[in-house]
Design a protein around this ligand. Structure first.
Ligand code: PLP
Length: 486
């Protein structure tokens, strides 16, 4: 025990030595903050900074009260609180997960044409559902209907909020209190909350399952049809495959069976793209025009999966059935806004020139990037990253990886890519890898990678060249924080 104790002022003196709110607000730094954030926000932040300073003084260990913070320290606290409050909640991120259409990261990134059209639609009044020729109310679906018909070979089209809504609306409009026949091999669940049996029930339709998980035959459908049947439905198994001893019924056969009984045949395609992806060296994905050609009466698909546009659900097909769907009151509840329609129109227009699509449609450009490009990026990035790692128990390299398309598109197909990989040289290093993944997510520009075993992989497929310097800075900053945490 030491006799000598530093004489300190009692708590009440420390508390009263803190500056007043008014004194802080009249500081020149506060003046600058008020210019940016407004007086109310700055007042709130200054009060918050003083409150937490008081709380810290009160909690401080009786062995030694801390010095009260000075004006600058308090304003620092206020300033960072103001910055945090001003930051948008919907944060931009760099998606290096290797999943291109990542539902949790907003799916398709859109082409310039769509972004500009959406900005124009947001900024100005537009003839959204207004007939300029007649000077009266029009129909908002007409913004894209012609284009969709041209591209898909369908007679008519309607647009709703997303593909789940499209399926729901279709079932409610055409099959309420009636039966819908679906193969047992196609009772899909997509991303947690979309399950065919549940959607069917909520839409008021009765699901009739036929066949088995692995095999369904034409006679299964034939035998299930009765006076209460409303539809035969095919659901694209977009996020899994049934392989081995399997049998499915071709769309043309399902159409023939349905039509022989005067019933519509509908297809939920899920992703759906309006062009043949094999021409760009990508795996084949079914298209609405294929289904329509095989005899489907209606096809539903998403706007923001492989199509590469804004979130939307698209229904194309027979005019009489589309009319019936549009008359359903739920259509009004599920309709899209002008910004969505503007973006969708711009994206659809790009499909008129398929040869230009990889350059123009952002998502297709990303999917068709050759691995050699990512390899070059890795070589550009690694020197700066390697230098930052000196002294840590980490190694960085370029690793061959496989990207996936995502969002239930082409579930088993993988695209060769290259990732920056970070792994630990020992136990400490392994902890640093985990910490690095976390620090990258917490960065001002969050970088999202994926952990595979004990390695952090940053798949470079979605990294634009103009983002490379941002990635280097973010990595260097995150790595230097590891040094502090060490
Ligand atoms: C993705 C998908 C859906 C749901 O579409 P959202 O656009 O996410 O609403 C429905 N059916 C299938 C087959 C899908 O792949």
């Amino acid at each position: 025990m030491t006799e000598k104790r530093v004489a300190r002022a009692p708590l009440s003196d420390l508390l009263s030595s803190l500056p007043s709110v008014d004194r802080l607000l009249s500081h020149v730094r506060a003046g600058a903050l008020i210019e940016v954030h407004g007086r109310d926000e700055v007042l709130r932040a200054v009060r918050g900074a003083l409150d937490s300073a008081r709380a810290r003084l009160r909690c401080a260990d009786s062995m030694g009260l801390p010095e009260p913070p000075d004006d600058d320290a308090l304003l620092n606290v206020a300033e960072s609180e103001l910055a945090a409050r001003a930051r948008p909640n919907l944060r931009q991120v760099i998606n290096l997960t290797g999943t291109v259409l990542h539902t949790n990261l907003g799916r398709a990134v859109m082409p310039r044409e769509a972004i500009e059209a959406m900005a124009r639609a947001a900024a100005e009044p537009c003839a959204l559902e207004y007939d300029l020729g007649e000077g009266r109310r029009g129909d908002r679906d007409e913004v894209v209907e012609q284009l969709l018909c041209e591209l898909s070979g369908a007679e008519a089209a309607t647009i709703v909020n997303n593909n789940a809504a499209a399926v729901f609306l279709l079932l409610n409009a055409l099959a309420a209190r009636k039966q819908v026949i679906v193969s047992r091999g196609e009772l899909i669940e997509i991303g947690g909350a979309f399950r065919i049996p549940d959607i069917m029930q909520r839409a008021g339709a009765k699901l009739v399952e036929v066949g088995t998980t692995n095999r369904t035959h034409p006679h299964d459908f034939d035998n299930a049809i009765n006076a209460r049947t409303a539809l035969i439905m095919k659901v694209h198994t977009s996020n899994y495959v049934v392989a081995g001893f399997t049998a499915t019924v071709a769309e043309s056969d399902l159409a023939r069976i349905a039509h022989a009984h005067g019933l519509p045949f509908v297809v939920d395609l899920g992703s759906g793209t309006l062009t043949d992806l094999t021409q760009y060296g990508l795996p084949a994905e079914p298209t609405p025009q294929d289904s329509i050609g095989q005899g489907a009466d209606l096809v539903t698909f998403s706007g923001d999966k492989l199509l590469g546009g804004p979130q939307a659900g698209i229904i194309v097909g027979r005019r009489d059935l589309i009319q019936k769907i549009k008359k359903n009151p739920l259509k009004r509840a599920l309709r899209v806004g002008k910004i969505t329609l503007a973006g969708l129109e711009a994206v659809l227009r790009l499909y008129r020139r398929p040869a230009h699509l990889p350059e123009r449609l952002t998502i297709l450009g990303i999917l068709t990037r050759p691995a050699a490009q990512m390899q070059e990026q890795a070589q550009r990035l690694l020197p700066a990253v390697g230098a930052a790692l000196k002294g840590l128990n980490l190694s960085a390299g370029a690793a061959p990886v496989l990207s996936q398309i995502g969002s239930g598109s082409l579930p088993v197909e993988r695209l060769p890519s290259v990732a920056l990989s970070f792994s630990g040289l020992n136990r400490t290093g392994e902890r640093q890898v985990i910490l690095l993944e976390r620090k990258l997510r917490a960065s001002p520009m969050p970088v999202i990678g994926r952990m595979q075993d004990k390695t952090l992989l940053l798949d470079l497929r979605c990294l634009r060249p103009d983002q490379e310097s941002c990635l280097i800075q973010t990595l260097q900053a995150a790595i230097s924080q590891l040094r502090i945490a060490k």
